[in-house]
Ligand binder design. Structure first.
Ligand SMILES: [Zn+2]
Length: 164
């Protein structure tokens, strides 16, 4: 990530929106920042609103190494300043809820695998207890037993990966 931060400035209205650093991998700006949450919006919400509020106004993108950067940040109005903490709060909550939902889905998936494992073990037990009347039947039963055991090991690997 670059160390340069950016602000987009409307000189006519003496206002700016902070884009902060540009993430070249994802091609997005960090977006507005809430000191209260120590977090960025990580979307273009305020940038888009700023552009729409200043249609046909001359805008300038200032990097933090520009001599006017500090002056703008300290003397111009920060666009929708009062809305920033509430918006970022909402984004963080959405993110936490999404992560929680993924966790729940993951543990449900694990549970289904464990149930499948028990069913396979039960079938394997039946195969092991089935009497064989010929050498050929014995070979078939050994083959089935091996296949069941192999399935159980695969499930164990997947469950272990899910936990790791
Ligand atoms: Zn403007």
């Amino acid at each position: 990530m670059d160390t340069t931060s950016y602000v987009l400035v409307c000189e006519r209205d003496k206002t700016f929106t902070s884009l902060h650093r540009f993430d070249r991998k994802r091609n997005v700006f960090e977006g507005e920042y809430s000191l209260l949450h120590n977090a960025y919006s990580y979307d273009q919400y305020f940038l888009a609103r700023f552009l729409m509020a200043h249609v046909e106004h001359p805008l300038r993108l200032l990097p933090s190494d520009n001599e006017r950067y500090d002056e703008v940040v300290h003397t111009y109005q920060r666009f929708q300043e009062d809305d920033i903490p509430a918006y970022i709060e909402e984004k963080l909550q959405e993110r936490a809820e999404r992560e929680h939902r993924l966790d729940v889905e993951r543990s449900l998936g694990q549970l289904q695998l464990i149930i499948a494992r028990q069913m396979i073990l039960k079938e394997r037990e039946e195969v092991q207890n089935r009497p064989s009347r010929s050498e050929r039947e014995t070979l078939v039963l050994i083959g089935q037993d091996y296949a069941f055991l192999r399935s159980v090991h695969i499930i164990d690997d997947i469950v272990a990966q899910g936990r790791g």
